[in-house]
Design a protein around this ligand. Structure first.
Ligand code: 3PG
Length: 209
């Protein structure tokens, strides 16, 4: 269910959330992110190239941890696991995803944005959650309040985070790491701007220092 997930989230302060349109970009992108110091990547299933990109990154970059994001259905879950994903992320959660997660050893990071959603997940054994979309749901001040009433939970907030507000989240006791696309936007990936992505990854990787 979540075995090993906390260890994955400890590896890096920032997880790039990636939208890859062309599979040929997958490995150069992974190398650019890795050169900058980011070793845990999330490839979103928002494009047709996503599953092949996960496979290509796993084959070419064995030192990286490759997860799948935007998992909305049990079928997505199965396909992502079969592609070699090492963790699975969803923007929210539902019964179908919980049932799928129970079938595989690959750890699951479900999303929640309200106290009731967080409590529902906690009650079925989930203590590490994605908080999405973070900025639209109260951002770091909201998570700080959550830590007072549910200190058992740890979060990976994503959505609207950049270098400008990353520190607000990373300074909270209940934040393991943050996710975001600012260091590798879909536009910069399509433009194959590997040097900028690498440089922005380096800045992101330094956030916890
Ligand atoms: C996600 O899926 O986590 C978000 O799309 C990332 O949000 P951002 O693009 O605002 O960083």
């Amino acid at each position: 269910m979540q075995t090993g997930l906390a260890d994955v989230l400890k590896i890096s302060p920032v997880i790039p959330v990636l939208v890859i349109e062309s599979v040929e970009d997958a490995v150069p992108l992974a190398q650019a992110l890795s050169d900058g110091g980011l070793k845990v990547l999330e490839v979103t299933l928002r494009t047709e190239a996503a599953l092949a990109s996960i496979k290509a990154m796993r084959d070419a970059c064995p030192d990286l941890i490759i997860g799948a994001g935007t998992i909305l259905t049990a079928e997505h879950y199965r396909l992502a696991v079969e592609a070699g994903s090492q963790f699975i992320v969803s923007p929210g959660c539902c019964e179908q995803l919980l049932a799928a997660a129970a079938q595989y050893d690959v750890p699951f990071l479900p999303g929640a944005s309200t106290l009731s959603e967080m409590m529902a997940l906690y009650n079925v054994g989930y203590q590490v959650l994605k908080f999405f979309p973070a900025e639209l749901n109260g951002g770091a001040p909201f998570l700080k309040t959550v830590s007072a009433v549910m200190p058992q939970l740890t979060f990976c907030p994503t959505g609207g985070i950049s270098t400008a507000n990353a520190g607000d989240y990373l300074s909270l006791p209940n934040v393991a790491c943050i996710g975001g696309s600012w260091m590798a936007s879909a536009k910069s990936i399509s433009a194959k701007d590997w040097s900028t992505i690498s440089q922005q990854s380096e800045e992101a990787a330094a956030l916890l220092a």
